[in-house]
Design a binder for this molecule. Sequence first.
Ligand code: FDA
Length: 387
Amino acid sequence: MEDYDAIVLGAGGAGLMAAAVAGQRGRRVVVLDHADAPGKKILISGGGRCNFTNLHATADRYLSANPHFAKSALGRYTAQDFLALVERHGITWHEKTLGQLFCDGSARQIVELLLGECEAGGVAVRLGASLGAIEHADARFTVAHGGRTHRAPALVVATGGPSIPKLGATGVAYDIARRFGLKVVEPRPALVPLTLPGSEALFRALSGVATAVEARVGKTRFAESALFTHRGLSGPAILQVSSYWRRGEDVAIDFRPNAAPGWLVEAKRARPRATLAGALGLPARLAEVLAERLGLGELGAASDRALAEAERRLADWRFHPDGSEGFAKAEVTVGGISTVELSSKTMEARKVPGLYAIGEAVDVTGWLGGYNFQWAWASGYAAGQAV
Ligand code: FDA
């Protein structure tokens, strides 16, 4: 039996952050993981450069059954705090767009930063063995792992969500939560490509074509680029709305989000011989498919009314996805351990003193663009300060 002050389950962003913070406060901490290397999702994130935070990471950019829950932790550990840590480690960075910060070099630098901070806190990181029995008695948790039994008054669940199982992701956080009587909000794949039915074969044939759009699900809208794939729709705008999309709902696309009202009739006046496809100012293959669907050729041959109707449809093109590419392709999971069960200040379960949940395991999911790592750092910091 090895005694610690805290056992952290999961050597991802949230778990390593919590362990480092607690260790540097003088706590004896062990991190346990079944993967053979720490931070595997960090390594593949942001195309290998890790979009490690977002300068606009406020609670309104997160999905949760309680939209206020994330405020406290995000307020006490901000994007600027993580950026200061990045700079202390001599990691150079750049802002790509929309407040998204990336390493100039490689995502590996972020994993090394976290491991360096853990080392500074004397944290033991144990990898490459399955989690065994987890017991709770006399205000102590015991966890078997790799032939040893670890015991501590605090257990931090940082095992993430089930997105990308081939990287070792599992839903074990939900099993642990349920076992301790905590509610779990139904997990769903998020930031995930959507699939289109066979009846949309014309669009699926556009695989590889990307264009700037505004995508909407219900009242939620994102102006970014969309990408057609051989299975359906992807690209940042679609990934963003996918987190809000429910089976059966439409995704509406505005193909000309910046066009002034009446632009097609204006185009006819200016260039009556132009075709609709030519006037759209979109990638040629896409423009041809849209013009074909709208049944319009030369602008001069179309009535103003027909052009106004075409304009309306182009601004509100309805796709009816038949599903998503699922957890196999989802960047994150919406849902998870219910925030109702947790203190927003410490991430400790109200019903089970000493049990904490952080990161993606919790029902807090960020937009695309560095928000999810900022949640991992902020919730990890909150628990690391409390254990
Ligand atoms: P995370 O999943 O990182 O860590 C959980 C740890 O628990 C893992 O080490 C895992 O091995 C371990 N574990 C799981 N089950 C276990 C079990 N049964 N037993 C033992 N250990 C277990 N976000 C962002 O902000 N910017 C970005 O650029 C990207 N890019 C990106 C790309 C891709 C391809 C993906 C899939 C995801 C992203 N994300 C992202 C999302 C981001 O990676 C994610 O939100 C965080 O990694 C979540 O951190 P956690 O520490 O909570 O979980």
